[in-house]
Ligand binder design. Structure first.
Ligand SMILES: C[S@@+](CC[C@H](N)C(=O)[O-])C[C@H]1O[C@@H](n2cnc3c(N)ncnc32)[C@H](O)[C@@H]1O
Length: 392
């Protein structure tokens, strides 16, 4: 693939619904030609940008570097296309390989078959050139390849992240239904919160939202706790460049407000406390056992973000009552505040009895969820409208 001024194409993959926030993150990082795709954002950058993107992006799952594009309608064309790449540019015989595939094509029925044929083309090239072949390691490969085959368009990419970027490295333990870290960061960025007020998650489970909020508030890179990235095993890895990016803490921020996570379950708070400690955030987050119903406002404004249970383990009637209680508590105790709620149960969220002032669809794993903002007006909405029209 063409490289101009050491700039090359990169693609950051994400969850559906997070493309906009990911694109904003990339623009802020200084990426060029940022373009929103479906569950991904493409951009251009140099090696430093690729390293920064892996370390800093909060809403990317993986960052891939396309290295070859070709047409393929059958296994012969696939084998030929993969063979056109000089693989010794990217790996040695001693490297280990894993191939992930995304296939949506009338010409190929099985993604496993595409992976197998591609692997054959690569190992045959090494065997013919060097008399030896690299081995396959699906667990912990040194080189992770990504093959994207849509219709007859095949894109071969190197995965620069390795293990998915949602694996920050701070969460060693989790409660029953933890949020994916990338989704949690995306929820906070969608709300527009970046430390300007207090942050409260009153059903924090394993603490994902408060921890991601603290990383945002203090501007700590989410990748700082990871053991490593895929690009560190590449032949062109520039250790000095990466170390200078990794050790640069010039953009860290001060934060004067509070971040609070609470939960009904003492076990959840124990796990959240452990996770916060792993992220070196013990003194930056307050975690406590408390039922949501007892939550009261702080002296200064707070944003409340929460991910209540969706009812898999609750009776329907209880669930609707539970969401009704959430709505009542918010209305009664938090006038003048905003709350964002992620819920995968349409009927339950309607029981909340508040009108959403913003909403969008997000996916929590396979569960389609509504992510909604509720604005608890001081006084009734009717009164507020009257005040506004009088001001005009
Ligand atoms: C879906 S989980 C939250 C998961 C969390 N976001 C995470 O990443 O681990 C819902 C949480 O709500 C808590 N919960 C349920 N009812 C509650 C209540 N009345 N007050 C406070 N927490 C409650 C549960 O203990 C559970 O940890």
């Amino acid at each position: 693939m063409a490289e101009e001024n050491n700039y090359f194409e990169l693609v950051a993959k994400t969850f559906k619904g997070l493309e906009n926030v990911l694109s904003n993150e990339l623009i802020e990082l200084g990426a060029k030609d940022v373009t929103i795709l479906n569950r991904a954002v493409s951009f251009k950058g140099d090696k430093a940008m690729m390293y920064k993107a892996n370390l800093w992006l909060r809403t990317a799952l993986t960052i891939i570097k396309p290295i070859h594009v070709f047409k393929s309608k059958n296994e012969v064309e696939l084998y030929k296309g993969i063979s056109q790449i000089d693989w010794s540019e990217y790996m040695d015989v001693s490297d280990t390989l894993s191939i992930s595939t995304v296939v949506s094509s009338e010409y190929f029925n099985h993604s496993q078959f595409v992976a197998l044929k591609s692997k054959d083309a690569i190992v045959d090239q090494f065997r013919n050139k060097f008399g030896k072949r690299p081995s396959i390691d699906t667990e912990n490969p040194t080189i992770l390849l990504n093959i994207h085959l849509i219709d007859d368009d095949c894109v071969v990419s190197l995965d620069s992240s390795g293990e998915s970027l949602h694996r920050r490295g701070y969460r060693l333990n989790s409660t029953i239904a933890p949020l994916n870290e990338v989704l949690a960061a995306g929820m906070i960025l969608i709300s527009g919160w970046n430390g300007q007020s207090n942050f409260i998650d009153p059903m924090c489970g394993s603490g994902t939202l408060p921890i991601e909020a603290a990383l945002i508030a203090y501007n700590i890179p989410p990748g700082i706790f990871r053991k490593g990235f895929g690009f560190e095993k590449w032949k062109d890895f520039d250790k000095d460049l990466f170390e200078s990016i990794y050790n640069d803490d010039s953009s860290s921020k001060d934060f004067v407000n509070q971040i609070i996570g609470s939960d009904l379950s003492a076990g959840a708070i124990r796990i959240a406390t452990e996770n916060a400690k792993n992220a070196f955030l013990t003194n930056k987050i307050t975690l406590k056992v408390m039922p949501f119903e007892d939550l009261l406002p702080l002296e200064t404004k707070s944003l409340i973000i929460m991910n209540p249970p969706y009812g898999e383990r609750m009776k329907k009637i209880n669930l609707n009552e539970f969401y009704q209680t959430i709505g009542n508590c918010l209305k009664k105790n938090f006038p003048g505040h905003e709350s964002w709620i992620l819920c995968g149960n349409k009927e339950a969220i309607e029981s909340i009895g508040l009108h959403p002032s913003k909403k969008q669809t997000l996916f929590n794993g396979a569960i389609e969820c509504k992510y909604q903002r509720f604005t608890m007006y001081e006084g009734s909405i009717k009164q507020n409208k009257l005040i506004k029209s009088e001001k005009k």
